[in-house]
Design a protein around this ligand. Structure first.
Ligand code: C2E
Ligand code: MG
Ligand code: MG
Ligand code: MG
Length: 287
């Protein structure tokens, strides 16, 4: 949100800003046709159990991550285009496409693994999110217990009552809710008390520092205990080394996600894990 971003910052006019504004406007128009032009796609990153080593960790699901392949600029990272889509309200249409695509993909897998999808604040405040999730589940045939919706604190910050009511209605559909990037924002503890999360994803900033500073280890350990005390399961993000995984497994972390276990990639790269996906489905139907 532009509002949240400008808070506490001072705007100083610089000539380059004209160019930046023009660039933004162009990028904006291009993003608005990206869905139609088939430039958006989803990458999938595995989430696994926290085994003693990567080899001993088994895949429990995937997180869908949006990618934009711009015809001239090439690959635009989600950290750049998601905020742009949020500012313009395009995220509502885009978020709908992402949710439908991820559910459709997961429904085609022979192995009924979980699928996690990120939601933006604008999807909570515009339109009928609960109705949309419900109809996409019906349309794709994905069973609700396989879908997990990842939200950040920013989603709830604006209107706590409305946020709580939405989460309850989403949970009533049978889907799970996870708190993404836990520890990176504000008021995390009061949110954990107020909202019925099923899962906490520990922000990768803490995971990166495991083994580098004792404070991070203490925080990660405390979040695991806190989450378990609240009957939530814990996923650690950004696991890159066997040492980090070993620590997390030892501390009783439920699941992990990170380059060590697998990078985000087109689903084809994980075809054997999902049982061939729709390719297999097509072969079966054809045979
Ligand atoms: P996120 O939901 O916290 O997703 C995890 C991000 O961490 C992903 O970045 C992933 O590629 C990256 N990551 C995973 N493991 C590692 C690791 O071991 N090391 C490092 N350095 N990074 C790792 P990505 O795909 O660039 O996405 C960035 C953010 O953009 C996401 O953070 C999410 O907030 C947002 N985003 C991505 N896709 C969507 C989407 O479909 N909808 C919405 N609303 N937001 C999305
Ligand atoms: Mg996420
Ligand atoms: Mg995250
Ligand atoms: Mg993040």
């Amino acid at each position: 949100r532009a509002k949240a971003k400008s808070r506490g910052t001072i705007s100083i006019y610089e000539p380059e800003m004209d160019q930046q504004i023009r660039d933004r406007r162009v990028l904006h128009q291009e993003l608005s046709v990206a869905i139609k032009n088939g430039e958006l796609s989803l990458y999938y990153q595995p989430q696994t159990t926290a085994g003693a080593s990567a080899a001993e960790s088994s895949v429990i699901g995937f997180e869908a991550l949006a990618r934009w392949h711009h015809p001239q600029r090439g690959f635009v990272p989600p950290g750049d285009f998601i905020p742009l889509a949020e500012e313009s309200g395009l995220i509502v249409e885009m978020g709908e496409w992402i949710l439908r695509e991820a559910c459709r993909e997961a429904a085609s897998w022979a192995v009924p693994l979980q699928i996690a999808v990120n939601l933006s604040p604008a999807q909570f405040t515009h339109g009928d999110l609960v109705g949309l999730v419900h109809s996409i589940l019906l349309e794709t045939g994905l069973t609700p217990d396989r879908l997990e919706l990842e939200i950040t604190e920013g989603v709830l910050i604006e209107d706590l009552d409305r946020g709580l009511s939405l989460l309850r209605r989403l949970k009533a559909l049978g889907v799970r809710i996870s708190m993404d990037d836990f520890g990176s924002g504000y008021s995390s503890l009061s949110y954990l008390q107020a909202f019925p999360f099923d899962k906490i994803k520990i922000d990768r900033a803490f995971v990166i520092n495991l083994g580098r500073n004792p404070q991070s280890a203490a925080i990660v350990r405390a979040v695991i205990d806190l989450g378990h005390g609240l009957e939530m399961s814990i996923v650690a993000e950004g696991v890159e080394t066997e040492a980090q995984l070993g620590f997390l497994a030892e501390e009783g972390c439920d699941a992990v996600q990170g380059y060590l276990l697998g990078k985000p990639a087109p689903i084809g790269q994980y075809a054997e894990l999902v049982g061939g996906g729709h390719l297999l489905e097509t072969v079966r139907k054809a045979g």
